[in-house]
Design a protein around this ligand. Structure first.
Ligand code: GAR
Length: 214
């Protein structure tokens, strides 16, 4: 069983999808800690409702990003955490922290990376004229929204889509692929070679386009 911490800043619907999937009796991962940098994050209530310990580490209480991340690292270590899932965690993590947890931090981003890194992804996807967008689960490396891709899902952009309608459609896909990606990583079926992910015995799910390199 792999002990997982989920880091959030807000609503926590992705956290909820991970809580639900880790509740399956055959899940290889269990969420043993939810950390929020935002004391008012709605996701904290989702964790409490599932009897998962929570911790607020408010970045505003630290003099520097390094000090904030040192505390984060300490809490993760003290709790025996093996994998970290960023789920709407809206702080940029520094290279020191990321290198300590290299290939053990997963992130979900609401675009088909490497397109539309950063914020306002749906507005930018619509403005770009792209016909498709989607979401990506990837290992975190020190570049923003970058790192080996574990899973992606695609949706069409329709002429009448707004940033809100697109966000809602993409979020539904996020809730499908994040649990799938976490399961693969926790089962130890993923290897990282350079900037690519390789997998063993992966059963392809309809909703999930997984990086097909073997
Ligand atoms: C999700 O759409 C997630 O992909 C995005 O924030 C939302 C959080 O929703 N993350 C990022 O933009 C990170 N770059 P949630 O709190 O309901 O899971």
């Amino acid at each position: 069983m792999v002990d997982v911490a989920v880091l959030i800043s807000g609503t926590g619907t992705n956290l909820q999808s991970l809580i639900n999937s880790c509740g399956d009796h055959n899940s290889p991962a269990r969420i043993t800690l939810v950390i929020s940098n935002n004391p008012h994050a709605e996701g904290l209530n989702r964790a409490k409702a599932a009897d998962i310990p929570t911790k607020v580490i408010n970045h505003r209480n630290f003099k520097s990003r390094d000090l904030f991340e040192e505390r984060l690292h300490e809490v993760l270590k003290d709790n025996g955490i093996k994998l970290v899932c960023l789920a709407g965690f809206m702080r940029i993590l520094g290279a020191n922290f990321i290198n300590l947890w290299r290939n053990r931090i997963l992130n979900i981003h609401p675009s088909l990376l490497p397109s539309f890194k950063g914020l306002h992804t749906h507005e930018r996807a619509i403005e770009s004229g792209a016909l498709f967008t989607g979401c990506t689960v990837h290992f975190v490396n020190p570049e923003l929204d970058d790192g080996p891709i574990i899973a992606q899902a695609v949706i069409a952009i329709n002429a009448d889509d707004t940033p809100d309608s697109l966000a809602a459609k993409v979020l539904k896909k996020e809730h499908i692929i994040y649990p799938q990606a976490l399961k693969l990583v926790a089962e130890g079926r993923i290897r990282v070679v350079g900037n690519k992910v390789t997998m063993k015995n992966v059963i392809y799910a309809n909703e999930c386009m997984i990086n097909p390199i073997t």
